[in-house]
Design a protein around this ligand. Structure first.
Ligand code: CA
Length: 697
């Protein structure tokens, strides 16, 4: 045994309860596969099955009324908190903004260490395409693995927070980023990446040796240029489903979220992403299925070799990626046992897949879906609706690119047999009017998916979210609770007949799992974007939640989240831990704040300049500041920004990069004329907002 890991074991023993030496859990494949033990939360989805179900039942539907705050920790400097914490023997670990990892002693509520991978310093121009958010970490034999937004995978000592190794997993010259959680199995750690909207990216996942950080295998989710030779027969097979010169645009298929390890078959399942670009007429003119976009792909976990795939959206052209979580469950369907994989990708269908074979068992709509009528049971393929491919130029389609279900994880409760899914009911206008497929070129560190997205979004007050309880055997809804807003977080379900879910409006609720009756609600003072977890220390069950508003719905799509008033930097970020005898009062967070757009009446808006500014804004600024310049709280609302009004201040920030440490990159290539055009655009948007406010809209 290495000295470092010996030290880790000793430290873990000493940290045991109140000076008593307790046996430390060896976090390996056996431990992570253990569904029955509820004390720890060892993996992103708790166990390998990714069910987010805890067998703990000290907190139940009968006594939930007594749940209160045991303790909380303010997290100054943190911004987006999306991550699922892990718990190992009374220590809680989580990744925060820019992949800073925290270790907290649950018994004392005290911080043990933090690890800062200095993501902003390492990011270079990738600061333009990434967010601060990180969805989670993994733990294996005394080591924690965290990916950084700039593309590194780092191993750290769980006892001390010291870095053990660091591996760059992407080409830093390309706009790849990572905010997903790595997964571990068989002394290997696997990670994917994202970024297809900002450059010509080819998706892949890579497995590394947990001891050394050395690459074990890599699997590409889309084929490269045939002239370079294919990596293997799988790539040659996939290439037959593509047309044109797709490799020039990368193809896409990045694996930015869903990864599930299946110990029963020793396979890893990838949930693959959308096309690069979205628009298939550009990416693969003439059509084709475009394998393995928008698919579940099964690989041998030890070799990374292809086993099977099931494609949810052949020939995708709507950003309907299949990156959502994949949950493993043993079901009985029509009297037969099925080793099932449950998957609810963006496209709005709920899929039950036989994971032994990769064959579709069933698929039904869980929300409003107009791009396809149904999934054909025989072929396993969607029956697309006429017009869905916006072949006549533009089409309003359900769902939008945010999907009926996004990355906010669902949970499955084997007691009730139900899946608890946060859903969205919003259409998208898909258009490629004015785009010439042959002339379109991939962006480089700028946003452009090859679809003309609306650039003038104004804040919407929409309550189009729901928590849906779905029966995967009968493929039908059992209950539903409407939710405020749209961008609601992931769920947790327990042996106490409970479902927990935070909400966009700053509340955490518990529902009765069987019938959806709300039983308990508490105000956390900020929109929730992270899923809760539960665990047990010294015989007591706790529920923990990170509060920190974030994700693409808060950054790019500020128009659908601005209604909540979780303004940039305004509300307190926290870790909150609940228990049945908890009586700690949570200090009030600052109330919702709404952008006061500066109309600046003496500024004459030039329509042409404003239009030019809108293009520049979409390419360079929308990633963080929001479509239509409406901030959902991730970055300052530029319609209200004083700095954006003054030429010199604006230039110092936008070109000079003076706020880089706050996450704002410099755009050296922007000219004074470009900045002026953006100012015209911002004033135009500010006046639209003030007019809308005056009209009471
Ligand atoms: Ca995408």
């Amino acid at each position: 045994m290495h000295l470092a890991s010996t030290m880790a074991v000793v430290a873990a023993l000493l940290i045991g309860s109140g000076g008593l030496v307790t046996a430390a859990t060896t976090v390996d494949g056996t431990a992570i596969a253990d569904e029955k033990s509820g004390a720890n939360w060892l993996s992103y989805g708790r166990t390998y099955s990714e069910q987010r179900y805890s067998p703990l039942k000290q907190i139940t539907a009968a006594n939930i009324g007594g749940l209160g705050v045991a303790w909380f920790m303010d997290l100054p400097g943190q911004k987006s908190l999306l991550s699922t914490p892990l718990v190992v023997d009374g220590i809680l670990y989580f990744s925060g903004s820019y992949s800073v990892v925290f270790a907290i002693d649950i018994r004392t509520g005290k911080k043990l260490w933090t690890y800062d991978p200095k993501t902003i310093d390492a990011a270079g121009d990738r600061l333009r395409v990434m967010w601060d958010s990180n969805r989670g970490i993994s733990y294996w034999k005394g080591r924690i693995f965290v990916a950084t937004a700039d593309g590194r995978l780092n191993a750290i000592d769980a006892a001390t927070g010291a870095e053990i190794w660091s591996t760059m997993t992407v080409d830093p010259k390309l706009p790849y980023f990572i905010n997903g959680a790595p997964r571990v199995f068989n002394d290997k750690v696997v990670i994917g990446n994202g970024g297809t909207e900002w450059g010509p990216l080819r998706g892949y996942v890579t497995a590394y040796d947990t001891a050394t950080g050395k690459q074990v295998w890599r699997f590409y989710t889309v084929p490269g240029n045939p002239a370079d030779g294919f990596e293997d027969d799988t790539q040659a097979m996939a290439a037959k489903t593509w047309r044109g010169e797709w490799w020039k645009h990368g193809g896409g298929g990045t694996v930015w979220n869903g990864l599930t390890y299946d110990p029963q078959f020793n396979r890893i399942y990838l949930g693959t992403g959308n096309g690069s670009p979205w628009n298939q007429r550009i990416r693969s003119p003439g059509g084709g299925d475009n394998l393995f976009l928008c698919a579940v792909v099964a690989l041998d976990a030890d070799t990374g070799k292809y086993v099977w795939h099931y494609q949810t959206t052949p020939g995708e052209t709507w950003d309907y990626n299949s990156n959502m979580d994949m949950v493993l469950a043993d079901l009985t369907i029509k009297g037969k046992p099925v080793k099932a994989l449950l998957h609810a990708p963006k496209n709005g269908f709920f899929y039950v897949i036989d994971r032994a074979t990769g064959k579709l068992v069933s698929a039904e709509k869980i929300g409003r879906v107009t791009w396809a009528e149904r999934v054909d049971a025989k072929t396993g393929r969607p029956v697309e609706a006429k017009g869905a491919r916006y072949e006549d130029g533009e089409e309003l389609i359900y769902p939008s690119a945010f999907g009926v279900h996004n990355w906010h994880a669902m949970s499955f409760n084997p007691d009730t047999g139900l899946v608890y899914i946060p859903t969205i009911d919003v259409p998208g206008m898909f258009s490629d009017k004015g785009i010439k497929p042959k002339l379109w070129d991939s962006p480089s560190f700028q946003f452009d998916p090859g679809v003309d997205l609306m650039r003038d979004d104004l804040p919407l007050k929409i309550d189009a979210g729901a928590l849906v309880a779905w029966d995967p055997v009968k493929q039908q809804k059992v209950w539903e609770q409407k939710l405020p807003g749209v961008w609601n977080p992931g769920t947790l379900t327990t042996g106490g007949n409970l479902v927990f879910e935070g909400r966009t409006d700053g509340k955490l609720l518990a529902y009765r799992a069987t019938d959806g009756i709300p039983l308990w609600s508490t105000d956390v003072g900020l929109g929730v974007s992270a899923p809760p977890i539960t665990f047990e220390v010294d015989g007591k069950q706790y529920v923990a939640l990170l509060t920190g508003w974030g994700g693409a719905g808060v950054s790019m799509a500020g128009a659908i989240t601005a209604q909540h008033g979780w303004a940039y930097g305004a509300q307190t970020r926290r870790l909150i831990v609940y228990a049945l005898d908890g009586t700690t009062a949570l200090p009030k967070s600052p109330p919702p704040q709404f952008a006061q757009a500066l109309a600046q009446d003496d500024f004459k808006v030039d329509a042409m300049q404003a239009e030019q500014g809108s293009y520049l804004f979409l390419k360079n600024c929308v990633t963080c500041h929001g479509g239509g310049a409406v901030s959902g709280g991730y970055a300052p609302d530029l319609r209200a920004s004083q700095a954006a009004v003054y030429d010199e201040a604006f230039k110092e920030i936008v070109v000079g990069g003076s706020r880089r440490q706050q996450g704002m990159p410099g755009f050296k290539e922007l000219s004074d004329a470009d900045l002026k055009a953006m100012q015209h655009y911002l004033r135009r948007q500010a006046r639209k907002a003030t007019t809308a406010a005056q009209l009471g809209k």
